[in-house]
Design a protein around this ligand. Structure first.
Ligand code: FES
Ligand code: FES
Length: 165
């Protein structure tokens, strides 16, 4: 039986009526229409569904909507500061050709932006090996990862300089 659930997504509070077993990814995509969060495997392996919950990267196919009540969910739609502006991490992905088909990109972006809270993100220069390890839960079938790692290193520096969350 469905029950009332309040979800805070990209700063907006939504009062929803969901089955208790509804996955966060389904609440975001099917109920709220936020289809930037992609569904790749549904078995918590590909990372395409990554969003942030209270600033930490979370695979939304691996958590119930119910479990994130009262917490701040951020999806890829919540990254850009304005409709005609890109987030510094999005800019870095564009500059480093860190995407081809783009299916994995929302998940990589949300994982990458969450890395800004880690102490390694304050180092200069940022260690690409740390980034490679940190994105180990996200898969890309197209790019070979080099551009993604370069983009994340540059994006983290740009976020730090601009003070962008
Ligand atoms: S769809 Fe969630 S990890 Fe692949
Ligand atoms: S750009 Fe195609 S899967 Fe990553």
């Amino acid at each position: 039986m469905s029950r009332p659930i309040q979800l805070q997504v990209n700063g907006q509070l939504h009062a929803l009526q969901l089955e208790p077993q509804t996955l966060l990814i389904d609440g975001l995509r099917e109920v709220l229409g936020l289809r930037g969060t992609h569904q790749g495997c549904d078995t918590a392996q590909c990372g395409a569904c990554t969003v942030q919950v209270d600033g930490r990267a979370v695979k939304s196919c691996n958590v119930l909507a119910l479990q994130v009540q009262g917490r701040a969910v951020r999806t890829v739609e919540g990254l850009a500061p304005a409709p005609d502006l890109l987030h510094p991490m999005q800019q870095a992905f564009s500059q480093h050709h860190a995407l081809q088909c783009g299916f994995c990109t929302p998940g990589f972006l949300m994982c990458a932006v969450a890395l800004a809270a880690e102490p390694q993100a304050a180092q200069d220069p940022i260690d690409p090996q740390w980034v490679r390890h940190a994105i180990g839960g996200n898969l890309c079938r197209c790019t070979g990862y080099e551009g993604i790692v370069e983009a994340i290193c540059e994006g983290l520096v740009a976020m730090r300089q601009a003070g962008t969350p």
